[in-house]
Design a protein around this ligand. Structure first.
Ligand code: SAT
Ligand code: MN
Length: 589
């Protein structure tokens, strides 16, 4: 009798009709072998991997993609549930049968002349009861190698699955990289994702956003946990005590920099556990515990440099766990290193741009694609927490939400309780930057920074957050931050980056009950004297402004949130509607 796993692999073989089938074992020897093979392979007329300078960046390779395949494609991403209501207005929806028919058409025989890589992997430490077992098939070596960095690939996944049918199934073929034949379809009820036509991270590394967030959030709702788009950090105080935080931010808010922060405050240290995804469970002791299901960083290269994120630069130069991949950056031909805007002040004179052309800086275009990426193992990170592999996860004392706002939102405030924290998170707004398409500076709502990643109706998701709050005995405190407030002449008022550790210190003091706060309509604000501003060149009036609530701004804010809520109709939980009304009344008094 075949096991469900064997049946799945056979089904895949019959559907995709590959010339060869290869089962990955996750060893380093295998990674080297596949990288060598990728150096000799072409896709789309491009060599899949090129070796970079290993003196500068050990074990690193370069990959560039079709210019039409450089980012997630939300308009081609679907949640396929029996009813549209289950997927909610936050997702594109297709009937599961219709979606499967469509994908079958693309998948049939798509791997003829290619090798099918079977990737058995575990999201989370295989020893953790919170870990999940998965199998992805793909015909892209780049995807296979990336998966080795981003997840725990190897035999342990096969052993853990054994005879069980309880594992995630990921079906991926890069096809002919044609945007007209590109879809990412999620089937939460079947623990299944089908993806065709893209090799890009979030579209193709199915353990990442597809499984760990979209399918994960659905599983979390069923099983009583949370799959969140959050960093995990441990902040060590001078007395040695470590306080664990989660943090969720829409894109372009400095999330990765916070995950690898070097605090400016003496005696403080940030230990990194995750830069993108957290799975949060209720522990036996009634606390929330978080694990990072991933084992790598898939980070944006532009803007990463020794000034903005020295820890990441060091991570990229470590070689404990190979390989490190650079995708769609430029190449400095003088020494065969990857180059991107922000890695050095000076633009090298002999650059190949991300599409393989000679770079001419006079054309005013960037040499690296704005969404060019590095893929690197967490084990290369010098600030990796020693608790990273703890199967139990780390106990969470604080959850930080944030957004990029030139006005309205103060530098930091604390939610009065869990439910008001859920309200704050459900109404996060952030201004769009040049990194996203559309109007620059428009405020977009992105609840919990999960809008593109929640695999079911977001109204039900808010309810799930409220329900979790009822079950947890020791609830973490919830904070909202805004590092981006501007003054009358459009200048940032807060220095940001390493100075943000001052705000985190205040949070720790609040968690430990060491400082009082001022209660205002929206929550609890720091008393100016309880912020540690020693050594920072900032006027007291500026700090006062940073912590000011302008009622007129807030009335407008509430209207915008009300408007956003109407999208979800009856699905918005009563607690949140009541809270919104209460806040509105307080602000109009
Ligand atoms: O590949 S990811 O989806 O994680 C990165 C992105 O947001 O595009
Ligand atoms: Mn992300």
């Amino acid at each position: 009798m075949s096991t469900p796993m064997e049946l799945f692999v056979n089904e895949m073989r019959e559907l995709f009709l590959p010339d060869e089938v290869y089962v990955m074992d996750g060893t380093q020897e295998e990674a080297e072998r596949l990288a060598n093979l990728a150096e000799k392979s072409t896709l789309d007329g491009r060599t899949v991997l090129k070796k970079l300078n290993w003196q500068e960046y050990p074990n690193s390779y370069y990959h560039n993609s079709n210019p039409n395949d450089v980012a997630r494609t939300e308009h081609l991403t679907f949640v396929c549930t029996p009813t549209q209501e289950e997927a909610g207005p936050n997702n594109n929806w297709l009937n599961p049968n219709e979606a499967k028919d469509k994908m079958d058409g693309f998948f049939k025989g798509a791997m003829k002349g290619r090798t099918m890589y079977i990737i058995p992997f575990v999201m989370g430490n295989p020893k953790s009861k919170y870990a999940k077992n998965c199998i992805q098939v793909t015909d892209s070596i780049y995807v296979a190698l990336s998966m080795r960095v981003m997840s725990r690939v190897g035999k342990q996944a096969i052993e853990k699955i054994g005879n069980s049918s309880d594992f995630f199934r990921g079906m991926h073929s890069i096809g002919d990289v044609n945007p007209d034949r590109r879809f990412i379809m999620h089937f939460p009820q079947e623990n299944l994702v089908m993806s065709f036509g893209s090799g890009y991270g979030g579209n193709a590394l199915l353990g990442k956003k597809c499984y760990s967030l979209r399918i994960g959030s659905y599983l979390g709702k069923q099983e009583g946990w949370l799959a969140e788009h959050m960093i995990i950090i441990g902040v060590q105080a001078p007395d040695g005590k470590i306080t664990y935080f989660l943090g969720a931010f829409p894109s372009a808010c400095g999330k990765t920099n916070l995950a690898l922060l070097e605090p400016v405050l003496k005696g403080y240290k940030v230990w990194t556990l995750g830069d993108d995804i957290a799975w949060i469970n209720i522990g036996d002791d009634g606390k929330l515990y978080a694990i990072n299901p991933e084992s790598g960083f898939f980070g944006v290269a532009p803007g990463t440099g020794m000034k903005t994120n020295p820890v990441m630069m060091k991570t990229l130069k470590n070689d404990k766990f190979p390989p490190t991949l650079f995708t769609n950056t430029a190449i400095d031909n003088s020494n065969n290193t990857p180059w991107w805007e922000g890695v050095s002040d000076k633009v090298p004179s002999d650059l190949t741009d991300w599409q393989g052309g000679v770079y001419d800086k006079n054309l005013g275009k960037p040499a690296a694609h704005p969404n060019s990426r590095f893929t690197v193992s967490v084990y290369n990170c010098p600030t990796l927490s020693c608790e990273y592999d703890n199967p139990r996860g780390v106990p969470i004392s604080g959850i930080i939400f944030g957004g990029r706002r030139k006005d309205t939102i103060p530098l930091v405030y604390e939610a009065k309780d869990w439910n008001s924290g859920v309200f704050i998170a459900s109404s996060i707004g952030s201004e769009t930057t040049a990194a996203a398409t559309g109007k620059v500076g428009a405020v977009r709502r992105d609840p919990m920074a999960m809008l593109p990643f929640c695999g079911y109706n977001m109204g039900d998701y808010f309810q799930h957050w409220l329900d979790i709050g009822k079950k947890v005995k020791h609830l973490p405190k919830i904070f909202m931050v805004n590092w981006f407030r501007k003054n009358e002449v459009g200048k940032f008022m807060w220095p940001g980056f390493r100075e943000n550790s001052r705000v985190i210190k205040w949070m720790i003091d609040r968690i430990e009950g060491k400082v009082d706060a001022t209660e205002v309509e929206i929550g609890l604000l720091p008393k100016i004297d309880s912020l540690d501003l020693a050594g920072l060149d900032i006027d007291k009036e500026v700090v006062e402004k940073l912590l000011k609530i302008n009622k007129d701004d807030w009335k407008k804010e509430i209207e915008m949130v009300e408007d956003f809520y109407t999208k979800f109709g009856d699905k918005i939980p009563k607690e949140l509607k009541d809270y919104l009304l209460e806040l509105k009344n307080k602000l109009t008094l």
